[in-house]
Design a protein around this ligand. Structure first.
Ligand SMILES: [Zn+2]
Ligand SMILES: [Zn+2]
Length: 357
């Protein structure tokens, strides 16, 4: 991988406090690398072994079980999708609203919330699944995005996974969610605006240009395959945050061909396995796909990508908190994105032997 000086971080910044711009959102992050020069304590914890059974009679996501609303799950063998019994969004929402002097403003929001079981196996998660099974998940994502997105009352489809108790995930059964709604939510609207500006000026996607610079620099790339590149973004906020970017500037998973979908499945398995190997624990994160809004407009500016936001900082239990200055000022990090990429790059993509280091 060739290194071009222009896209690597200059020495003057490497050990000095500085701010970095996130071009997707226009937000900044404060980087304080001098604070990370203190040697890590190398904390190693006893992580209790994963003792999940392959089937849990008390799990509302396992095949054949009864859910809270009284519905019975089928004896599914691959993926299984259903409307969330405790949905954050509902289709039948009255078009109510309020606006008091532009200060107290609210609007009714219609939508759909769905749950996707990735596997019938209660004891698996993405890194433990076969690539072919993960490909089945990718296909469901594409189907749901296309089906929900084609409805006139749905302007955006957010597909995401909340993994681990640390992220507030209440059920260890491998699953993700889809929230589809009328409005384009805040983060997506920001990214759409920034990508539109870039595309209008250059006739190229913003992330396509970022990818070109990152491939030249090399120092934030974690790994890649023929269809996707995984990198720690220059502007990462979370210690081991990554961005999964499609090589081709497609706007959604539905535009990926067979090889592209296989490529995404391959990347998901390899990235989550590296994450599990980082601290020897089933790695918690929130992750999701950012694809074009389904508001009926064309979105040539939109470039398919996934964000992984893991909270862990230096061990299986020591996490980053967004507190103090970060709540009142802006996000801050000590370890540089370059150091994080180096650590993730060095990790194996196969499960570590139990009892090994
Ligand atoms: Zn289960
Ligand atoms: Zn995004």
């Amino acid at each position: 991988m060739g290194v071009v000086d222009g896209a690597t971080v200059p020495d003057a910044l490497r050990e000095q406090p500085h701010r970095r711009l996130n071009p997707l959102t226009g937000e900044w992050v404060l980087v304080s690398p001098h604070r990370a020069l203190r040697p890590w304590q190398g904390q190693v914890e006893e992580v209790p072994p994963d003792t999940r059974p392959s089937y849990d009679p008390a799990c509302y996501l396992c095949p054949g079980n009864t859910r809270a609303g009284g519905e019975h799950n089928p004896e599914y063998t691959g993926t299984f999708v259903f409307d969330n019994d405790f949905a954050a969004l509902k289709a039948e929402t009255p078009a109510a609203g309020m606006d008091v002097e532009g200060l107290l403003v609210a609007r009714g929001e219609a939508g759909v919330a769905r749950v996707i079981c990735f596997s019938p196996r209660h004891d698996l998660s993405l890194p433990g699944m076969e690539v072919s099974a993960i490909r089945g998940v990718v296909d469901v994502w594409a189907e749901e995005y296309a089906r929900l997105g084609s409805r006139p009352d749905i302007g955006h489809v957010q597909i995401f996974e909340n993994k681990g108790e640390m992220m507030g995930c209440s059920n260890p059964h491998p699953h993700g969610q889809i929230w589809a709604q009328q409005s384009i939510p805040l983060s997506v609207r920001r990214e759409a605006e920034r990508q539109e500006e870039h595309f209008a000026r250059h006739r190229r996607t913003l992330l396509g240009d970022v990818l070109r610079l990152e491939m030249d620099a090399g120092e934030r790339i974690v790994f890649e395959n023929d269809a996707f590149v995984v990198l720690v973004p220059f502007w990462a906020v979370w210690p081991f945050e990554t961005l999964v970017v499609s090589r081709e500037p497609v706007a959604s998973v539905t535009e990926l061909d067979d090889a592209g979908r296989d490529g995404l499945a391959d990347v998901l398995k390899r990235l989550t396995q590296r994450y599990d190997n980082l601290f020897g624990v089933s790695f918690p994160y929130s992750a999701g796909i950012h694809q074009a809004p389904t508001d009926g407009r064309g979105h040539p500016e939109w470039h398919l990508h996934m964000h992984f936001y893991p909270p862990l900082l230096r061990s299986a239990t020591v996490r980053k908190f967004m507190v103090g200055y970060e709540m009142l000022g802006e996000p801050q990090r000590d370890v540089t994105p370059e150091s994080s990429a180096e650590r993730l790059r060095a990790l194996p993509e196969t499960p570590r032997v139990k009892g090994g280091s």
